[in-house]
Design a protein around this ligand. Structure first.
Ligand code: SF4
Length: 370
């Protein structure tokens, strides 16, 4: 398949792997920020093909995983209310809140709908004027434009019974938080190609300058990732720290200007709590004053819920790259995709799910008999 097969060519992959081995003299650790890249790395065994001295650290790039527990609990509280149609992408339904998940709410009679676009939720609102329709708008800079466009359309069409439960987070402040952590081991970043395709690359030179680490914009197919790693190793071995774009077929420095204009109109920057990490200043978006009436948190007054994390889940350390998923004692035992204790085991982009799915453990009790 064009654009997939050509970026999975094994002969070209071998050439890139050989170049990485030839270039690498020292020990390096680099972080891929995006959960999609984490899955690609684990699925294709890319980390196992690299020199042993290169460690891939999996960053907090899974949007479902970093959505704070308090917000999941707010979603559950809103979804349980009579007269509400609560819409979400499918991967949020199994994410555990303090006591339940959206599937539980659905089994108890809540009207939970899986949609494939926020515009589907807006259509539901127009078809059900006697209901309140809420869309759970989570994600990084990649998913935000569609949500912004939906709110803009709701305003334009005068749809009063639609609202957005917003949990948008931003990559550059998260990188700064990771680098500022005293436990940080990251020496370079593979930047998320899809985030940069929206936002461009202009936010990153100040981070490169401040932290003196290479940052390479990287795609998602095996050759994309290997090329990103090759360029990163080349910088590290030669003592350089620069911003580089290894994904030029999708990313321009200025990004997607119409999308950015829409984002600036509908959202404004705010402090956001990241699940497993904590509060990061100016690391997210909320609806701007102009569109505040579409904010589900205001509409439903569910501001102060107390949330309880699983005491044995170490997803915070996983999200910060401090441990690998299989170093958590619950991995593959108490915690599996069927019975997840943390969001990193639920999401299709979560590191724990990737390690479980691709069997990065010698013993996996739940699947050992298969
Ligand atoms: S394996 Fe499960 S319990 Fe352990 S860190 Fe991952 S999500 Fe949390």
């Amino acid at each position: 398949m064009k654009y997939l097969d050509e970026f999975s060519d094994p002969d070209l992959a071998r050439i890139l792997i050989d170049k990485i081995h030839d270039t690498t003299d020292r020990r390096w650790s680099m972080m891929e920020v995006c959960g999609g890249q984490t899955h690609s790395i684990i699925r294709h065994g890319i980390d196992q093909l690299l020199p042993e001295t290169i460690e891939m650290i999996h960053g907090p790039g899974c949007p479902v995983c970093v959505t704070p527990l308090e917000l999941i609990d707010k979603a559950l509280a809103i979804a349980a209310q009579p007269g509400v149609i609560f819409c979400s992408f499918g991967d949020m339904l199994r994410v555990p809140g303090s006591r339940k998940d959206l599937f539980h709410i659905k089994s108890e009679g809540g009207d939970i709908r899986v949609v494939y676009s926020p515009l589907d939720a807006l259509n539901l609102a127009r078809q059900n004027p006697d209901k309140q329709v809420v869309f759970f708008g989570i994600g990084f800079e990649t998913t935000a434009p569609a949500n912004a466009m939906t709110v803009y359309q709701a305003e334009r069409l005068g749809v009063e019974n639609f609202s957005l439960l917003v949990s948008h987070v931003l990559v550059p402040p998260a990188i700064a938080a990771i680098m500022d952590s005293p436990q940080c081991r990251v020496q370079a970043f593979l930047l998320a190609g899809h985030v940069c395709s929206v936002m461009g690359t202009e936010e990153y030179p100040p981070l490169v300058e401040k932290y003196k680490v290479p940052m390479v914009v990287t795609g998602f197919e095996p050759l994309d990732i290997l090329e990103g790693i090759r360029r990163t190793v080349d910088q590290l071995e030669n003592g350089r720290a620069e911003l580089d774009n290894a994904y030029p077929r999708a990313v321009r420095a200025e990004g997607n200007l119409p999308a950015k204009k829409m984002l600036n109109d509908v959202f404004e920057v705010t402090d956001r709590k990241w699940r497993g990490i904590g509060m990061i200043p100016k690391s997210g978006w909320k609806l701007s004053e102009k569109y505040r009436k579409f904010d589900a948190e205001h509409r439903f007054s569910v501001q102060d819920l107390h949330a309880n994390e699983s005491p044995i889940c170490r997803s915070g350390e996983v999200l910060q790259g401090l441990i690998k998923p299989h170093e958590c004692a619950a991995f593959g035992k108490e915690c599996t995709p069927r019975n997840p204790l943390g969001a990193t085991m639920v999401s299709s982009e979560g590191a724990c799910a990737a390690y479980y799915l691709y069997r990065r453990l010698t013993v996996l009790p739940e699947v050992a008999h298969v």
